[in-house]
Write a protein that binds this ligand. Structure first.
Ligand code: GLN
Length: 534
């Protein structure tokens, strides 16, 4: 049996016990990448081969040599009688927004097409120290700006392994696809407005956004510095918990990383949900969507299977002894996207200032007249549409004459969104929740090209996830079935600050109780090797 059938937990156990060679594990996964991934994303796509249309294209770069060196180190540690770590011999893909020494780190943007970072992100460093094999960099929306991974400057963009005519979601689309297609058991993503959870839901995998500060941002190319959270994507809840165990904890190199103690996430899984209070909110069974011409807000239904899945998950948890708390009001959820639109753009515009063609990355070729000419030409040629739009919007809403009307107001809305959660989780309040259960996304994966080009509609696919980023709380998306078109459905648990253990426990209990459900036996199209068209 190929080790691509094993979970990260199983691989690490076998490797640590000397029952499986880390080099063999690596070769199994490289073979799978060669079989399903197709050509890597690049600035000049070299192929118009129709066979590539049904490939996954999760990767921009496969770092086989780096991973082989790491596998050798794991073997050497074992030979010396040392424990090579919690992720011994586990291949991990890294969203190409994390600096990794020895790889090109592009943020899927032309402006960083040749950037070789002189240092490695703390999260990646911790994975490697725990014995993981860094197998490659995965594609994403340019600078993580998007919800489909189509906006990458590196094409072909990733395709959904469940149906390659559908998007993976984004921005951690390559990461989610690489896990779903068994190219890796684990991937490192980032979540600023939903970028781990939304693609996890679209690709039928588990995605965890930790509490803000739980995982270090050092070496992560910043989008919204007050919102960004690195976190795991995995095929099951235990693997997500295992990876979080390795990632979590204070980092002296990131002053916003939290010093709160890190619990034993794996041990917590087994504690079950008896007595746990899990809320459901009527404010998460629809979306509120603006008419882009009039600004008028209207309520729109979401795909009905999203709501039925939340109900079905709640029922399973109730049978396991959880108490389901109905009608938890989250009245400010509907303002999540407008507030995010403003805050994230202000932070993005500020963070993009450093890309100017002087110190690293792309530089406009035409002989520049002066420094500002060089900046202008470099940015005009180096940035794609999304960074440009976000710079314009961010500068506009934070300008002195507009700030009170937009940016300051958005910050106030952000704290109101946090208050909704504080009320729901208050141990002395009316609801006393341990977790809030919602759909992860309003729909399952959309068709390629269907939403691309409509920034507002694209943004609204994060309506269920974004409140967690505003509030800074943890949230996990897990698979909860397939829709009539055979596309994965995700549901999400929000939790209290630093209580990833609780939401993982709820997620694990559901996963275990539905282990034998029929839908869990269905394989993604990319693994079946047959064409299934919707
Ligand atoms: N889709 C959202 C955006 O475009 C979120 C992206 C993210 O979480 N990085 O801003």
């Amino acid at each position: 049996m190929s080790s691509i059938q094993l979970s990260a937990y199983q691989i690490a156990q076998k490797v640590r016990a000397g029952l499986l060679s880390p080099l063999e594990v690596l070769e199994d996964h490289l073979k799978q990448i060669a079989a399903v991934d197709g050509v890597p994303g690049s600035l000049e796509p070299k192929t118009s081969d129709p066979a590539e249309e049904s490939k996954v294209h999760a990767f921009i770069e496969v770092s086989a040599d780096l991973a082989r060196r790491q596998a050798e180190q794991v073997r050497a540690r074992l030979e010396r009688g040392e424990d090579p770590g919690l992720l011994a011999g586990v291949p991990v893909s890294i969203k190409d927004i994390f600096c990794v020494q020895g790889t090109t780190t592009t943020a899927a943007s032309r402006i960083l097409y040749n950037f070789r970072p002189p240092y490695t992100a703390t999260t990646v460093e911790r994975l490697a120290q725990a014995g993981a094999l860094i197998i490659g960099k995965t594609n994403l929306d340019e600078f993580t700006y998007g919800s489909s991974s189509e906006s990458s400057a590196f094409q072909p963009h990733p395709n959904n392994p469940w149906n390659t005519e559908r998007v993976t979601g984004g921005s951690s689309g390559g990461s989610a696809a690489s896990v779903a297609a068994r190219e890796v058991p684990l991937s490192l993503g980032t979540d600023t407005g939903g970028s781990i959870r939304q693609p996890a839901a679209f690709c039928g995998v588990v995605g965890l956004k930790p509490t803000y500060g739980r995982t270090s941002r050092y070496g992560l190319i910043a989008f919204g510095s007050s919102l960004d959270c690195p976190g795991p994507l995995a095929r099951d809840v235990r693997d997500a918990a295992l990876m979080l165990q390795v990632l979590a904890g204070a980092d002296p190199k990131d002053s916003t990383s939290a010093v709160a103690p890190v619990p034993d996430y794996l041990a917590a899984l087994e504690e079950g949900v008896r007595g746990m209070r899990i809320g459901i909110s009527p404010d998460y069974d629809h979306i509120t969507y603006p008419d882009t011409l009039t600004g008028e807000m209207s309520i729109q239904a979401i795909q009905p299977e999203m709501n039925t899945s939340v109900r079905a998950v709640a029922e399973v948890l109730a049978q396991l002894g959880a108490e389901i708390v109905e009608n938890v009001p989250m009245p400010n959820a509907r303002h999540g996207i407008p507030a995010y639109f403003v805050i994230s753009r202000v932070e993005a515009a500020s963070n993009l200032h450093r890309f100017d063609g002087v110190k690293y990355g792309y530089r406009a070729r035409k002989p520049a007249l002066d420094l500002s000419e060089l900046y202008r030409a470099t940015r005009a040629e180096g940035f794609g549409l999304q960074p440009k739009l976000r710079i314009l919007m961010g500068m506009y809403v934070s300008a002195a004459q507009h700030s009170a009307q937009y940016y300051q107001k958005a910050l106030r809305v952000r704290s109101m969104i946090r208050s909704d959660f504080e009320r729901a989780f208050d141990p002395n309040g009316a609801y006393r929740l341990d977790a809030l259960l919602t759909p992860t996304t309003p729909t399952t994966a959309f068709r390629r090209g269907e939403v691309m080009g409509d920034s507002v509609l694209m943004q609204y696919s994060d309506q269920m996830t974004v409140a967690g980023n505003h509030a800074g709380i943890p949230a996990v998306s897990i698979p909860a079935g397939l829709d009539p078109q055979g596309l994965p459905i995700g549901v999400q648990f929000f939790g209290m600050d630093f209580r990833e253990d609780i939401i993982l426990r709820a997620a694990y209990a559901y996963e275990q109780a539905t282990r034998d459900a029929e839908w869990r036996a269905v394989q993604p199209q990319a693994l079946r090797g047959s064409e299934v068209k919707a």
